[in-house]
Design a protein around this ligand. Structure first.
Ligand SMILES: [Zn+2]
Length: 421
């Protein structure tokens, strides 16, 4: 492998991805703006012009921010790699940590330094999104104090969970021989399964309050639905989503004995009991069709392939040099290799975006169809319409943008499919 070839391929991919993304965002902004002043015929009786315009303005405002973050993200990526940011940081951390605390400490410190700097670089955009954009459209409920607390708790949990896993992977890379990537994959897969249990029961409650669903009438309905669907959950919970945002949602998490159904309080306050039942039936549709295990398996396939690839790349000096980093001769380069994979991998993974989005949209249709069999299709339509409006989702997205980025079908396609049932 030649470092000049690596560099050229990488730079071309970064530019190509950037151009494609900016083009799609531009299309979405223009398409939504063009349709801003007329409610589509299918929604003429149900959506007001005012709500339609708000959705258009909200979509455009978000896409404008997206333009900025996309351009900025590409600049930062080139800054880390070809412009030498990671190389300089590596030298700094290595010389400061390795002689005194050893190889493993140096590598953990390097990964932590990159993730802290990366978060700080994105910070202004996060703040702007929450306190300007979401605020302007009336969605933000977050106070600066809560935001800060979330950031600190999130960083702490990330460190407590992430550092031991990172240490384990780095140790395997050094000690497990040429097939280290198989062992590292097993560790990651085990960790992912463990998180399915730990996240809903331990981590999510650090950020939100979960209370058992108290509304007896609704509870009876929901339990009857779950019985019909053959779904056994450990509990029905209401989450105080309204503390942070007015956006509404429902989901179920965990597997085996840790399965639980979670309703956002913002959802319950807006929907009738029949509509809540229909939304839950949709979620159970995902369960029935095993969409979550399928997604986890796909993700694991991608990891396995990426780690196997890294096992080969890691031994090629051109991999490091081509991405702007000088590998060390006196210290292990495992952390560097992992960081380069994390930085450069998504540039190529982006090509898979239309495929994963299409699969995800198909799953939504399947879950909707299931919901119509188990609950009322009319209630599901009414609920979705309320949610589309409450979340100010545009009714007129650009078709190309949808194909590339939408994990859920746009309102028009989704309601049309439901109307046909
Ligand atoms: Zn869904």
């Amino acid at each position: 492998m030649n470092s000049l070839v690596v560099m050229s391929v990488f730079a071309a991919a970064v530019v190509l991805r950037l151009v494609l993304r900016l083009w799609l965002i531009g299309r979405q902004i223009r398409h939504v703006a063009r349709h801003r002043d007329a409610v589509p015929a299918d929604f003429a009786g149900t959506v007001s012009l005012e709500a339609h315009r708000k959705a258009a303005d909200y979509t455009i405002a978000r896409q404008r921010l997206e333009l900025l973050t996309t351009a900025w993200g590409s600049a930062v990526l080139l800054g880390w790699t070809l412009l030498g940011g990671l190389d300089a940081l590596n030298v700094l951390v290595r010389d400061a940590v390795q002689p005194r605390w050893g190889d493993l400490a140096y590598q953990i410190a390097l990964v932590m330094a990159v993730s802290v700097i990366g978060s700080l670089i994105d910070l202004p955009f996060d703040l702007w999104r929450t306190f300007r954009l979401e605020q302007r459209f009336g969605f933000n409920r977050m106070t600066p104090g809560l935001w800060l607390k979330d950031a600190l708790v999130g960083a702490l949990v990330g460190a407590v969970v992430g550092v031991p896993l990172l240490a384990l992977v780095l140790w395997l890379m050094a000690a497990a021989g040429p097939l280290w990537w198989l062992w590292a994959f097993a560790a990651l897969a085990g960790f992912t399964l463990l998180m399915q249990v730990v996240y809903p029961t331990v981590i999510a409650p650090m950020f939100n309050k979960f209370q058992p669903l108290a509304d007896e009438a609704l509870k009876g309905r929901v339990e009857a639905l779950m019985q019909r669907c053959g779904f056994r959950a450990q509990g029905l919970f209401v989450m105080d989503g309204s503390r942070r945002s007015a956006h509404a949602n429902a989901y179920f998490t965990g597997f085996g004995a840790s399965k639980r159904v979670v309703f956002f309080d913002t959802l319950l306050s807006r929907l009738t009991p029949g509509e809540v039942e229909a939304v839950l039936a949709h979620e159970l549709g995902h369960f029935h069709h095993r969409h979550v295990p399928k997604r986890i398996l796909t993700l694991m396939g991608v990891w396995l392939a990426s780690l196997a690839l890294l096992g080969w790349l890691m031994a090629q000096p051109a991999f490091y040099v081509g991405l702007g980093v000088q590998p060390s001769l006196m210290a292990p380069n495992h952390a560097l290799a992992l960081l380069l994979l994390m930085l450069a991998g998504p540039v190529f993974g982006f090509l898979l975006a239309p495929l994963t989005a299409a699969v995800s949209r198909r799953h939504e249709f399947e879950a909707d169809a299931y919901a119509c069999r188990q609950a009322s299709g009319a209630d599901l339509r009414a609920a979705l319409l309320k949610l589309f409006q409450d979340n100010a989702s545009t009714l007129t997205p650009d078709p190309a943008y949808v194909r590339f980025h939408y994990s859920h079908p746009p309102a028009s396609e989704r309601l049309a499919a439901l109307a046909g049932r």
